[in-house]
Design a protein around this ligand. Structure first.
Ligand SMILES: [Zn+2]
Length: 270
């Protein structure tokens, strides 16, 4: 396939913003993993499908959509994502790679609400392929089949949303293995969660800064003995959004050259 090595994964930042009011040049959180055999969405903030499409990504390669929790800055673009996939099957007369598109959502009611919304759109959202909603639970969510570079997506609950004993967890981080690489995506998280959610070693650690200071995250990762190959801050709050240059310098001094501040439409290759 053009421009690809089969052992590499591309990480596209579709939205690097936390749940702020509209912000010039930034959209709510969404990260897309791309391999030759598919694309995988980690959260689906507003405009994620729009941005991915304009970046030249084939939305019909969607193999799985994984929502960390149901706050609007993480799920607000899900309806449009599913709508755009269908639209492309109509205008391009092609089917998605997946016969069934699996959507993992911590609140099943939120998945159903999006599907209900879509049902009253064009042609009652009739599709020549299927969708399936699954709850997000601790453990393995998804394992790719042949041609998907060994991808496995695992969920680990965190304490971003209050949890009551005996009820399901509603907020998760994701651990992804693909192409022999380990990727961690924090979702929204408490800093103390990082001790047990983050693997000791991984190739790429993506951590939200919407609720945290750069210095505190760096200090916590060191204290917990985490040694990521690359550290990427995502889901920025206003402090970083208002001063990205300062944030880059701050991260360089606290962590070193392997630290990066995400921006919309950035692509990393592992
Ligand atoms: Zn958020």
């Amino acid at each position: 396939m053009d421009g690809y090595k089969t052992d590499e994964v591309k990480i596209h930042i579709l939205g690097s913003c936390s749940g702020t009011e509209p912000y010039e040049g930034r959209h709510h959180t969404s990260v897309l993993l791309e391999i030759p055999g598919g694309i995988y969405w980690l959260d689906a903030g507003e405009c994620c499908a729009y941005t991915a499409y304009l970046m030249g990504i084939d939305l019909l390669k969607t193999r799985g959509i994984f929502i960390s929790h149901c706050h609007m800055d993480h799920i607000g673009g899900l309806g449009n994502l599913l709508w755009n996939i269908r639209k492309l099957t109509v205008v391009e007369r092609r089917l998605p790679l997946a016969e069934t598109i699996p959507v993992y959502v911590p609140w099943p009611e939120s998945y159903q609400a999006v599907m209900d919304l879509l049902e009253h759109t064009e042609d009652n959202f009739f599709c020549r392929y299927a969708h399936a909603g699954y709850p997000v639970q601790d453990g393995l969510l998804y394992r790719g089949t042949q041609g998907e570079s060994g991808i496995a997506v695992e969920a680990v609950h965190n304490h971003h949303l209050r949890h009551e004993e005996g009820t399901p967890w509603r907020s998760f981080s994701f651990r992804v293995q693909v192409c022999g690489k380990n990727i961690f995506y924090s979702g929204d998280t408490q800093r103390e969660d990082l001790e047990y959610t983050v693997p000791e070693r991984c190739d790429l650690l993506m951590i939200e800064t919407g609720h945290h200071q750069i210095a505190e995250i760096c200090e916590s990762l060191r204290r917990f003995g985490k040694r990521p190959g690359k550290l990427l801050f995502i889901h920025h709050g206003v402090k970083i959004l208002n001063n990205p240059e300062w944030a880059r310098e701050e991260l360089k001094s606290r962590w070193g050259p392997e630290g990066m501040i995400a921006q919309d439409r950035m692509t990393l290759v592992l």
